[in-house]
Design a protein around this ligand. Structure first.
Ligand SMILES: [Cu+2]
Length: 115
């Protein structure tokens, strides 16, 4: 049996925190925060894995990564297609395992937290 696919299909999606730019007013683009670029680094990053029904291909993986990656508090998303699992690193002050499971389920892939 081929185990190779498990490794190949595990892809990492790392977020840049530039998504926070949505909070900046366009008129303030020339503002004084150039010298101090504030990265809202999470103080406490937690990890969770989910068993997810309905992931069948890299297209599913890409859709999930893109959707979750855009949510506030999500730090990293790894979708393992062959395993039908998703591993998420998240800001524990903003999200809970249950909330993330609900986000994934809302995309049409029923997610159950593991661990
Ligand atoms: Cu698919």
């Amino acid at each position: 049996m081929h185990k190779l696919a498990t490794l190949v299909s595990a892809t990492i999606f790392a977020l840049t925190f530039s998504a926070g730019a949505a909070f900046a007013c366009p008129g303030h683009a020339e503002g004084g925060d150039k010298d101090k670029k504030e990265q809202s680094q999470p103080k406490k990053v937690a990890s969770a894995t989910f068993k997810v029904e309905g992931i069948t291909c890299e297209g599913c993986a890409g859709k999930i990564k893109a959707a979750l990656g855009g949510k506030e508090g999500i730090v990293a998303v790894v979708v393992k297609v062959a395993d039908k699992r998703i591993a998420v690193d998240f800001d524990a002050e903003k999200l809970t395992v249950q909330k993330i499971a609900e986000m994934i389920t809302a995309l049409g892939y029923k997610a159950s937290p593991e661990a």
